[in-house]
Design a protein around this ligand. Structure first.
Ligand code: SAH
Length: 569
């Protein structure tokens, strides 16, 4: 039973919320708080108290008996921002309860016991199944004891691990990344088995094959080969079987995607056991083996084709298992304009998900404190874009989890394009959008981008000026709001006045212009002026300049471009 206690109306609302979410698990304790806490402490296995942590500490202090008997206690602050596991984190289940409360109330769980707060570094965030001696190995990792990292099938895109976890130690305590079902060390209670998504099961089936027959066959194929079902990443078959109900259901029950390939493609793959039956039925001499190999490029066939053995009737299913080459992971992460609270939670997660960070040194400085200890940082100075892009892709190709970082959005005048131009389909790529300078600046200036707008970089280092000029003219003629990136540097000072003069051919001299320097950074500076009055010497390379369209107005010092609704006209 979970006892709920509150003293204020906000607290009472919180109690009601939890009571509605978990009707069979909770009891609400009314009356004076001290007495309510006393009764709940005696009667319940867990307590949620809507009171300041300090107040709860004083209330429960005289009641404490021991770790084994005291209930788990979670406190929630008045504004429901934090669910704090105060007492009995493990034994009393308070850590888990804090998470549950946080899920219901939409707040943050606060957990301070070591293993939960630190986790086995990153293992929790992989989404890969973990088996074996989790507690013992977590303890060793946290205590800094030597832990052997075993990766028998190659480099995997793991997050950064602390320095005590390395391949170069003969410790019995180990973290093993494998699709092999068991190991002696795991049996001995000293190994954690982390299941990479490395196996693909190719399946074939006659029309009407039952899902149970497919699943039983897959189960025995894996078990006989000593492979873990936790590592099955996908089922694969021929296009003609994409709608075969039993195969679709089998994939659904395993929780993996069903990949399908054309018969032509499968027919072209060399397999150990081709046969005539599928050739006649679907146009390829192999379905199971060829599909498994097709879904595992560069991989190896671990289990050749085998047939199901139903209790009665003919065998209707075939299966084969292949192991994929580990796929590295490249996250292209935008860090936003500078302020920490404009870095998205997803970007933060990706930085902690990576074991290698690639980026310009000044951007690395922006987020260095967020990186997991042990993260490899490959930073370089201005100008080395191509090299950074290549390095990031090479590292991902080698199997690592790489985050390629850039300010604002990493795809806007930044690293995403050169990197993805280099990348083949042998790595996974994840993009995390960031707040680009134009948007950060717009929010400071008012509402300049309320209608059609465009960004133009005035840097003619990589783009010939006549191309830039053509685009500025087009924007001028089509009355687009324009945000200039890279507007002006010491060596490039005539481009901005030239661009403004082109816009001025189609806009009044009094058209509002917003200048934002260092948006969201400590030295942020901004001004709303006009095309005629803009002093270009206030503009540098950490500035964006937004020029309004013919409808943009200065309203109370803010730049406002009408949305163009008729009711506003
Ligand atoms: N990827 C970045 C842009 C890189 S191009 C983004 O999405 O924001 C570099 C140009 O961006 C700079 O010359 C400047 O014009 C602009 N810029 C980047 N950060 C800025 C900031 N915080 N304030 C104002 N302009 C910025």
């Amino acid at each position: 039973m979970i006892g709920l206690i509150s003293a204020t109306s906000a607290g009472q609302r919180g109690c009601e919320h939890l009571a509605a979410a978990w009707p069979d698990e909770v009891r609400v304790y009314d009356g004076p708080v001290r007495e309510a806490v006393g009764r709940a402490f005696a009667e319940c296995g867990q307590l949620v108290v809507f009171l300041a942590t300090g107040a709860v500490v004083r209330l429960i202090a005289p009641l404490l008996r021991g770790k084994d008997t005291d209930p788990g206690v979670v406190t929630v602050d008045e504004t429901h921002q934090h669910a704090i596991a105060l007492l009995g984190g493990h034994g009393g289940g308070a850590n888990e309860l804090a998470q549950r409360v946080a899920d219901v109330l939409g707040c943050r769980p606060v957990v301070s016991t070591a293993t939960d707060a630190a986790g086995v570094p990153g293992l929790d965030m992989l989404g890969w199944p973990v088996e074996g001696a989790v507690a013992a190995v977590s303890r060793a990792i946290l205590d800094g004891d030597p832990v052997r990292l075993d990766t028998p099938h190659g480099v995997h895109p793991l997050p950064a691990l602390p320095p005590n976890v390395t391949a170069a130690t003969d410790s019995d305590v180990s973290l093993t990344v494998t699709d092999r079902a068991t190991s002696d060390d795991a049996a001995a209670g000293t190994t954690v088995l982390l299941r990479p998504p490395s196996l693909v099961v190719g399946v074939g089936g006659s029309r009407g094959v039952p899902a149970d027959e497919v699943l039983t066959l897959i189960g025995s194929a894996l078990a006989d080969a000593g492979l873990s079902p936790g590592s099955v990443a996908a089922l694969a078959t021929v296009d003609a079987k994409a709608d075969e109900a039993g195969i679709v259901e089998a994939a659904g029950r395993l929780g993996v995607p069903l990949l399908t390939f054309g018969a032509d493609r499968l027919a072209g793959i060399d397999v150990p056991n081709p046969s005539d039956a599928p050739l006649a039925a679907v146009g390829t001499p192999s379905v199971a083996e060829a599909a498994a190999l097709a879904a595992a490029p560069g991989g190896e066939l671990l289990v050749p084709k085998r047939k199901s053995a139903p209790a009665e009737g003919p065998a209707m299913a075939t299966a084969a298992v292949a192991r994929r080459r580990p796929r590295g992971r490249l996250a292209v992460v935008g860090l936003g304009p500078g302020a920490r609270d404009l870095l998205t939670p997803r970007a933060r997660e990706e930085l902690r998900r990576a074991s290698v960070i690639v980026g310009l040194d000044q951007y690395v400085d922006q987020i260095r404190d967020l990186l997991r200890p042990g993260t490899r940082v490959l930073e370089s100075g201005l100008g080395a874009e191509e090299e950074r892009a290549r390095t990031a892709v090479e590292q991902a190709r080698a199997g690592h989890a790489v985050a390629l970082i850039g300010s604002g959005d990493a795809g806007v005048y930044a690293m995403a394009s050169p990197a993805l131009a280099e990348a083949a389909d042998d790595i996974d790529v994840v993009g995390v959008p960031g707040v680009t300078a134009a948007l950060a600046a717009a929010a400071i200036l008012g509402a300049p981008l309320g209608h059609d707008h465009v960004s133009i970089s005035l840097s003619d280092l990589h783009t010939p000026w006549d191309v830039i000029e053509r685009r500025v003219r087009a924007a001028a003629e089509s009355d687009l709001i324009v945000t200039f990136y890279n507007p002006r540097s010491r060596g490039r000072d005539w481009q901005l006045p030239k661009a403004l003069s082109l816009l001025a051919e189609h806009r009044e001299p009094g058209t509002p212009v917003g200048v934002v320097h260092a948006a969201s950074r400590p030295d942020e500076r901004s001004e709303v002026t006009t095309i005629a009055a803009l002093d270009v010497t206030t503009v540098d390379m950490v500035t964006v300049v937004t020029v309004g369209n013919t409808a943009t107005r200065n309203v109370a010092g803010r730049m406002v471009t009408p949305r163009g609704y008729r009711w506003q006209a």
